[in-house]
Design a protein. Structure first.
Length: 408
């Protein structure tokens, strides 16, 4: 699709791994780029088992539930390439594509189908849900050739989500510079790490997961469990809800997120996000400035232990999802479809499902969302993209890059 993440480039949000908790360990690599980090809290070396106890009662959550049996897909499928543990894809206007592999490699799929490795990627901590994550050509990529990447950076106390930018020469990323770090170094997965450029191309939004630590999502002094709004140089963007407060507060656009992945602007300027819940409770959210989306106070899922968490309706002061899934589908990447090949899908969000092994279409009208289709793809869908010709490209956990076209 012609993604609203970058006005001049076709690129899509990367998704995360399954909703099952995955512990991480100590760093095993040294960072390739090491400017001074922002002040960070003491490293976290252990992870809690459950969300903190809440005193509010559970209220049945029914409105917006989007579970449905998957149907046979109406697509012809062609495998374009195979990668090693791929995470994200950015389709370029010339039908080439940049693909990240979690171990720390960037691959270029050329229009003729050949694959080349792009040198200059940073060292990453490839454990659990960490590694080399999202990749996003800059809004002015056709002129600047700048590319943004997010990744789990090895740190003395474990790792941190980092955002970096480099110059793409066609065969390498050069002059790589770390622009931002989440801080709160330590263990834990759920990095989030999706990049979406503002419609005017002058700033960016980055999702930052709470790393299975629960409470940072509600801590305004930590960037974990937030969506941050930054300048293209990684600073707090002017006009943020708490811009005058400084520090993490000045960067924060929204809070109360668990594991935020797909992050996409629609043509009307609305920002949509999908995130993994705990045991159930996966969400599709309309992201509004300054809003708190409730984690870990509320969720339409439960802790992995089975201990219940109060449902969203019990706290109407916290922003509720537009759609939610229970049981989990483990949402992966998300794209807004605007192509010519599938005219009936225009104006829809396409969401890849990992544990759900499906491609889900959500029809968007203004600030409302409605489940339209769920197709059984028989594979874990890691990321979704629209090619220049309107074909749908899927990046699967088995490594395959698959092109979807209408059946004859």
């Amino acid at each position: 699709m012609l993604s609203s993440r970058a006005p001049l480039a076709l690129l899509f949000a990367a998704a995360a791994c399954s909703a099952q908790p995955q512990p991480t360990g100590a760093a095993t690599a040294t960072a390739a780029v090491t400017p001074e980090a922002k002040p960070s809290r003491a490293p976290v070396t252990t992870l809690p088992d459950d969300a903190p106890a809440a005193t509010v009662r559970n209220v049945p959550a029914t409105t917006g539930r989007a579970n449905r049996a998957a149907t046979k897909p109406p697509f012809a499928q062609q495998t374009l390439a195979t990668f090693d543990e791929p995470f994200a894809i950015a389709v370029l206007p010339d039908d080439a594509a940049l693909v990240t592999e979690k171990a720390g490699k960037i691959k270029l799929r050329r229009p003729d189908g050949s694959i080349a490795e792009i040198t200059g990627a940073p060292k990453v901590l490839n454990e659990g849900q960490g590694g080399l994550l999202d990749i996003a050509p800059a809004p002015d990529f056709a002129k600047s050739k700048l590319v943004y990447i997010s990744y789990s950076e090895p740190r003395p106390g474990g790792s941190s989500l980092a955002l970096a930018r480099g110059l793409f020469t066609g065969s390498a990323l050069v002059n790589l510079q770390v622009l931002w770090r989440a801080g709160s170094d330590g263990v834990g997965g759920q990095f989030g790490a999706n990049i979406a450029f503002a419609p005017d191309g002058k700033s960016l939004f980055l999702s930052s997961g709470e790393r299975q630590r629960f409470t940072p999502a509600q801590d305004p002094e930590q960037a974990l469990g937030k969506i941050v709004h930054l300048t293209l140089d990684g600073k707090a963007a002017p006009g943020n809800p708490m811009a005058a407060a400084g520090g993490v507060r000045a960067e924060t656009w929204s809070s109360g997120h668990r594991n935020p992945y797909g992050l996409v602007f629609t043509p009307d300027g609305r920002l949509w996000e999908e995130e993994m819940g705990p045991k159930g409770g996966d969400e599709l959210n309309l992201i509004l400035p300054g809003k708190n989306y409730g984690w870990p106070i509320v969720s339409n899922g439960d802790n992995y232990s089975g201990k219940p968490i109060p449902d969203h309706p019990s706290r109407p002061d916290l922003e509720a999802p537009k759609l939610w899934w229970n049981p989990s589908i483990s949402p992966g990447g998300m794209a807004y479809y605007s192509g010519a090949m599938f005219p009936a899908y225009r104006g829809s969000l396409l969401i890849g499902a990992l544990s759900g092994e499906s491609l889900i279409r959500v029809a968007i009208t203004g600030d409302s969302a409605k489940l339209a289709d769920q197709w059984d793809m028989g594979a874990r869908i890691r990321d979704v993209a629209q090619a220049p010709d309107g074909a749908i490209w899927l990046l699967q956990d088995d490594g395959k890059l698959v092109r979807l076209t209408p059946k004859p």
